[in-house]
Design a binder for this molecule. Structure first.
Ligand code: INS
Length: 326
């Protein structure tokens, strides 16, 4: 994701120039710096954050190091776009929110890029317009073809994948989640030993709406992210394959042919436009000294719900979530 954002900043985003990269993997960062030409390289991200030629930072590092890096950005007063999750647990997320508040300036945007995806934006506008009446249910589906990361355990499905659905549910419905229950079928044989995949998370909101979420990270087919919203006078679906290319395929064995279209391989492809719009909005807002889009508080609240989700993953029973006032 870091390389993806670096290329985006270097080639497609107006009003910003990429000056430095940091990655402890020297070979990887060296190759990227060479490709992008004239970019300073730091082994330690904290050195990058401290350097004078850096006015704003994108963090695409693992969630376990976000707190330290975010606090360094806040201390230096630089704008930061932090990939999700904000941090690994609600206590550390709260420390980030409080540090930003103590500094007196809004500096943190969280990388919930779906809020910038044109289809999501249209769905949000439709729900907010009231044309379909009150929203009763959301059904959210989130499938990855596979997850190469060896540490992608059951908890990461909640913390790294479900976290998007949690943010979308709060944003689309405009209200807080009051409980979460995570249940699961017998796991797919494609998951690593002991990994609970797929998972179904059931969220309840303050007004009584229900959000069902399927997260399946070894689905084998491709990247599929869909939402169906059910309201009192209608329903709406987003996330259907968008290519519009209808293909027919011959069976190599001489059997019946089949029809269909391609499925995006991963999130970088499916949400490419959303990432472009997200990073452009972040650059524009940073130059004005503002934060648009998901804030550190949104990151904190989603981590709070994920923490409850991980408890429910272990127990199978619903866990209440108490969201502190803003
Ligand atoms: C990635 C990313 C994707 C999500 C994956 C997750 O870090 O957030 O959007 O689909 O499950 O591993």
């Amino acid at each position: 994701m870091g390389a993806d954002h670096a290329r985006r900043l270097a080639t497609r985003i107006a009003g910003a120039s990429l000056t430095a990269l940091a990655d402890p993997d020297e070979g990887r960062v060296g190759a990227l710096a060479e490709e992008l030409d004239g970019i300073a390289v730091h082994a330690d991200p904290l050195d990058l954050i401290a350097s004078d030629d850096v006015d704003a930072v994108v963090l695409a590092s693992p969630g376990s190091v976000h707190e330290e890096q975010l606090l360094a950005c806040i201390e230096r007063g630089v704008h930061v776009l932090c990939e999700k999750p904000l941090t690994m647990d609600s206590e550390s997320s709260l420390r980030v929110v409080e540090a930003e508040r103590a500094g007196g300036r809004d500096l943190v945007q969280v990388g919930f890029m779906r809020r910038f995806d044109p289809e999501y934006v249209r769905l949000k506008a439709l729900l907010d317009s009231g044309r379909m009446g009150r929203t009763l249910l959301l059904h959210q589906t989130h499938r990855n073809k596979s997850v190469p990361h060896p540490d992608f355990r059951s908890e990461m499905i909640v913390r790294d994948s479900l976290v998007h659905e949690i943010d979308c549910a709060r944003w689309l419905l405009g209200e807080e989640i009051v409980s979460i229950q995570v249940i699961s079928p017998t796991p797919t044989s494609h998951a690593r030993e002991g990994v609970v995949d797929p998972q179904i998370a059931i969220l309840r909101t303050a007004s009584g709406a229900v959000v069902t979420n399927e997260v399946f990270v070894n689905a084998r087919t491709g990247y599929e992210v869909r939402v169906e919203a059910v309201a009192e006078r209608g329903s709406a679906i987003i996330g259907r394959p968008a290519s519009g290319v209808y293909t027919t395929t011959a069976d190599p064995g001489g059997g019946d042919g089949s029809w269909g279209g391609p499925i995006d391989p991963d999130y970088r492809v499916r949400f490419e436009r959303a990432y472009d719009l997200e990073v452009q909005a972040w650059v524009d807002a940073s130059r004005r000294g503002e934060v648009v889009g998901p804030t550190s508080r949104d990151g904190y609240v989603s981590t709070l719900v994920c923490t409850a989700g991980m408890q429910s993953l272990a127990s199978g029973v619903p866990v209440a979530v108490e969201t502190p006032g803003s």
